[in-house]
Design a protein around this ligand. Structure first.
Ligand SMILES: *Cc1c(COP(=O)(O)O)cnc(C)c1O
Length: 357
């Protein structure tokens, strides 16, 4: 028998979430952000589930873009960090990929190449995040040089927000962006999931939803995924493989971080940090056993974790355990482990079998 852990991927939920994002930004086109293997959900199955409704896909590696082309997807594909090497520019021209141009080196690379076909470009402006992006003062000159290069087709102006999901908001960055875009008469793309949901004034021509497509709330402290209407795409499931009875004073797991103060029943679950479950999730992190909500106990091990079965008397070896997903939003587990659903999804380990439907 195989170890009983699996990740179920519901591509119809992914489709539902993409259409919800489109509905919340009805005047914009929407890049489906599918970087990092679709946030750990499987690139080609997710992208294929929206093949007939997607405006475009955004990711990082040329190899993943080529995988989408080979799966028959004809939409625009945006490389969010642009070209790393000249090779990437050649591939972009060959496969019809859109390149972000975020720095002087990428601009120069484009100028010095001779492409058979022009590539479309998103020019990324640094409006305050100070990660990638050209200075606002250079925007007009960069656009002029791109046009003069003869290597470039459609040009879109973009930026990325540092605080769309928190109290900082986007006002300051958007003001800088708008001042930069004024007079350039270019299509614009600025909104991630959080901005898409919170700031309709940021929708512009292309929105870039990522986490919301996978059913994670980009703003879990303000609105739950359920409230937004998102459906979980990944359900991480396992089973109870052992049961223990504890007496008062008995301890659980490495470091004896949990100590029983009464008689208890615990279940040992075939899921640990080597499967992608966060090691920092403390006692009390929510978990479902046979669909009933309970809590983890003690420290998460590499291959196992313990859960409280005291109030679920019919649960035992073989009972289904939901770590997150259907019935238990990943946002709740993430909050308990002081992280974000993005990290839980992306950390799903290769050893976990994925069942996609
Ligand atoms: C990852 C990414 C997004 C999507 O962000 P979410 O918070 O997941 O919606 C949008 N734009 C850029 C440039 C990104 O790198």
């Amino acid at each position: 028998m195989a170890r009983p852990i699996r990740a179920r991927i519901d591509t119809s939920a992914f489709r539902h979430n993409y259409l919800l994002a489109k509905g919340r930004a009805p005047t914009a086109h929407a890049w489906a952000v599918v970087k990092a293997n679709a946030y750990g959900h499987g690139l080609v199955p997710c992208a294929s589930a929206i093949a007939d409704v997607a405006d475009g896909f955004a990711l990082l590696e040329v190899s993943e873009a080529v995988a989408l082309r080979e799966a028959g997807l004809k939409q625009s594909i945006l490389l969010l960090e642009g070209a790393f090497r000249e090779d990437d520019v050649l591939m972009a021209a060959e496969y019809g990929l859109t390149l972000v141009v975020h720095g002087a080196e990428q601009l120069r690379m484009l100028e010095l190449m001779e492409l058979d076909r022009p590539v479309d470009v998103h020019v990324k402006i640094n409006t305050g995040m100070n990660r990638l992006g050209l200075p606002p003062s250079c925007a007009a000159k960069v656009i002029e040089r791109l046009r003069a290069s003869g290597q470039v087709g459609h040009i879109t102006l973009m930026t990325h927000f540092a605080g769309a999901d928190d109290a900082h908001g986007i006002a300051h960055q958007l003001e800088i962006f708008d001042a930069t875009a004024a007079g350039l008469d270019l299509p614009c793309s600025v909104a991630n999931s959080a901005a898409l949901l919170r700031f309709p004034q940021s929708h512009r021509d292309w929105v870039r939803p990522g986490i919301m497509l996978y059913g994670g709330s980009p703003i879990p402290d303000m609105q739950s995924s359920d409230t937004i209407g998102l459906q979980p795409v990944m359900t991480l499931e396992s089973e109870i493989i052992g049961v223990q009875t504890l007496e008062p004073g008995h301890e659980v797991g490495y470091g004896a971080l949990f100590r029983a103060d009464r008689t208890m029943r615990t279940g040992t679950v075939a899921c640990g940090y080597a499967d992608g479950y966060p090691r920092h999730a403390p006692t009390g992190t929510p978990v479902l056993v046979n669909g009933v909500r309970t809590r983890t106990l003690g420290r998460v091990s590499m291959d196992m974790l313990s859960v409280d079965l005291t109030d679920i008397p019919d649960a035992g070896v073989g009972s289904t355990v939901t770590l997150w997903g259907q019935g238990l939003p990943a946002d709740e587990v993430a909050a308990s482990a002081q992280t974000v659903s993005y990290e839980l999804f992306c950390a799903l380990a290769d050893r976990v079998p994925v069942l996609t439907r």
